[in-house]
Design a protein around this ligand. Structure first.
Ligand SMILES: [Zn+2]
Length: 189
């Protein structure tokens, strides 16, 4: 089975990204991606967001999603919707300078409030942050580029061993059937 290359975290003009959904999708199609999740900020999205995403029919496999701003503490949580499955990601812990211990406490706290995290970003806007690529953290370790503007597009991604379907991709991520990819020169420590 061919590996599917994709990005789980990206923004459009529905929040603070510079391209509308069609423009962003075109960029990732040009880069040869198989799938893309659009995850605009829940506190910025304007009316028509979900409807607009739902009507798009691009060549790549599109996931609708949202980036939640956690109310209790400064933390973004990615929600990527499949057809029946939903993937939840602890986004860019590096941005909050969390230790592994803090990260584990935060994962438990978010779980206690009803969101069971599946994955954690080991990147911050596409730059590798290996402290979170730790076996102590019991989540799938994903790389994303958190696309807002062109410099971010295609910095980091995952390659998933799954059939081409949204739910199959989410299940494969949960199972750890993927590898990380980084654009050359962007594996900055
Ligand atoms: Zn983001």
């Amino acid at each position: 089975m061919a590996l599917l290359r994709g990005n789980l975290h990206a923004h459009t003009t529905f929040s603070d990204g510079v391209l509308p959904p069609e423009g962003l999708i075109a960029e990732y199609e040009t880069l040869g991606y198989d799938f893309l999740a659009i995850t605009d900020h829940d506190d910025l999205i304007t009316e028509g967001y979900w409807e607009t995403l739902g009507k798009l029919a691009p060549r790549l496999l599109l996931f609708s999603g949202v980036e939640l701003s956690w109310a209790e503490f400064p933390q973004h949580v990615g929600r990527v919707k499949g057809d029946r499955e939903t993937l939840h990601v602890l986004n860019h812990p590096a941005r909050y300078r969390l230790s592994v211990r803090d990260t584990l406490a935060r994962i438990r706290r978010i779980g206690a409030q009803g969101v069971n995290l599946d994955a954690i970003e080991v990147t911050d806007t596409g730059l590798y942050r290996p402290v979170y690529d730790s076996s102590e953290i019991p989540l799938a370790k994903v790389a994303t580029d958190d696309a807002h503007q062109p410099v971010h597009f295609g910095r980091a991604w995952i390659e998933v061993d799954a059939p081409r379907g949204r739910d199959a991709i989410i299940r494969a991520i949960r199972a750890g059937d993927f590898r990380l990819g980084f654009r050359q020169g962007n594996l900055t420590l």
